[in-house]
Design a protein around this ligand. Structure first.
Ligand code: GDP
Ligand code: MG
Length: 437
């Protein structure tokens, strides 16, 4: 089903128009993909409703096709559920980890310590889990493994005492991380315990740790903990074990706190700074969500980047990757418009006469080309000459395009290369192009 959403989006970007039928289909596929990834029904409905309303009511901005605009809306609405995009600040601080049993608090404490160490900050761990039998030993061992100071009082049953003493002991350590107890389920006992701990520790961050595979109960749990101690950020663990994560995401949407990290394994290095694009692409099985969005980024090419592409263009050594690079930089609506305004009869690389209608075509072509090129091997991209019919067949299959489209890309490449040969050393042309940026 996730792949059917990808199919739908491809179909949209490749189609010549968007009608209400297309919108319906897209909305339904988005909804299915969300539910399949355990996103709760309420959230999925709300999101798809917004999506449908916007798709029907809003008009694409100048220079953007309605197909691309629909994809943009999908993307924006999806990003909304991820919430605020903020990072854990690298400063001396106290961090308290909270969450239920087995969510990955203790492991994440070690991973965070390693993370801060790598950023050049000293970090220490405080064992305030007095519930689990071997919690002290587990954190002690993790601290040794990472090579950071550890504080705990073996046998002590009052976690407030441990935290007080620990913060004092680790006074000169920049980042102090407190590992706390969980419970099997949310209960009064846990809530009052973490409330007390929060009061004594006055943490800068209260990080809620939750397992990506968690189901529908995650929302109410997160809300209750948030009400008790004020969750400032989230770590979603065990992303390595699932392509889903929708349950965790639904929980996060309830508390409106940023996701800072995701855990991707049992090792201390398996911690990634959260990337909303990546998370969503994975959740929805949209390998190329980010790629699709690149087409919408406003042009902000620096002079040097433009210079570099142009030199490559002019050098005569010119492969498919270079072509893509050129297309990407120059086939953007704003640049092409500028070119059209000043050079009505100019030829863009590729040999197409520029005409306002071509902007749309170029944008569509670009996304199709990217998809095709993603299915080519590095060797093929570097030496397009080796791409024979058999390879064309494979690439078309792999990219979900047609052989005709792959051949068109190759033809375009060859034409461009021939044109460049002719223009090689033509300073006037280079200057002309450069001046358009
Ligand atoms: P706590 O009870 O919340 O402190 O959870 P633990 O840190 O003890 O973790 C529970 C189990 O999950 C342990 O076996 C960990 O190795 C494992 N774990 C934690 N984070 C991850 C992760 O990101 N990926 C995987 N695969 N396992 C994890
Ligand atoms: Mg633990």
């Amino acid at each position: 089903l996730a792949s059917s959403l990808r199919e739908t989006i491809r179909k949209v970007t490749g189609s010549s128009y968007v009608d209400s039928e297309t919108i319906k289909e897209v909305v339904r596929d988005v909804q299915r993909a969300l539910l399949k990834s355990d996103v709760n029904v309420k959230l999925a409905l709300q999101l798809t409703k917004n999506l449908e309303t916007r798709a029907k009511e809003e008009k694409p901005p100048a220079g953007m096709t309605s197909q691309d605009f629909l994809v943009k809306i999908i993307y924006e609405e999806l990003l909304k559920i991820i919430g605020k995009d903020s990072k854990l600040v690298l400063k001396p601080q106290v961090i308290m980890l909270v969450g239920l049993y087995g969510q990955g608090k203790t492991t994440s404490a070690g991973k965070l310590a390693k993370f801060f160490n790598k950023k050049g900050m000293s970090c220490g761990l405080i064992a305030a889990d007095i519930h689990r039998a071997a919690a002290y030993e587990q954190l002690d061992q993790i601290a040794k493994q990472v090579g950071v100071p550890f504080f705990g009082i073996k046998g002590e049953k009052n976690p407030v005492k441990i935290v007080k003493a620990g913060l004092k002991q680790l006074e000169n350590i920049q980042v102090k991380i407190i590992d706390t107890s969980g419970r099997d389920a949310l209960d009064e006992d846990l809530i009052s315990e973490i409330k007390d701990l929060k009061q004594v520790a006055s943490p800068d961050e209260v990080l809620y740790v939750l397992d990506a595979t968690i189901g529908q109960q995650a929302g109410p749990q997160a809300r209750a903990i948030d009400e008790a101690v004020g969750i400032t950020g989230v770590i979603i663990t065990k992303m390595d074990g699932t392509g889903k994560g929708g349950g965790a995401l639904s929980a996060v949407s309830e508390i409106n706190s940023p996701i800072y990290f995701i855990g991707t394994g049992e090792h201390m290095d398996d911690l990634e700074i959260f990337n909303g694009n990546k998370f969503l692409s994975r959740l929805l099985g949209l390998g190329d969500l980010e790629t699709l969005m690149e087409a919408f980024k406003d042009t902000n090419i620096t002079e040097e980047e433009a210079e570099e592409s142009l030199s490559k263009l002019m050098s005569g050594k010119f492969n498919l990757m270079d072509m893509y690079d050129v297309w990407e930089k120059f086939a953007q609506p704003s640049i092409m418009r500028k070119m059209i305004d000043s050079l009505p009869l100019a030829k863009i690389p590729g040999g197409n006469k520029i005409n306002p209608n071509d902007i749309e075509t170029a944008q569509n072509k670009l996304s199709t080309y990217r998809v095709i090129m993603d299915s080519m091997s590095y060797k093929e991209l570097e030496n397009p000459e080796i791409i024979n019919s058999k390879r064309i067949q494979r690439v078309a299959k792999g990219s979900g395009t047609s052989e005709v489209q792959v051949r068109q890309l190759l033809r375009e490449y060859k034409a461009m290369k021939d044109n460049l040969k002719m223009m090689k050393g033509n300073r006037g042309f280079k200057k002309l192009l450069k001046n358009q940026i």
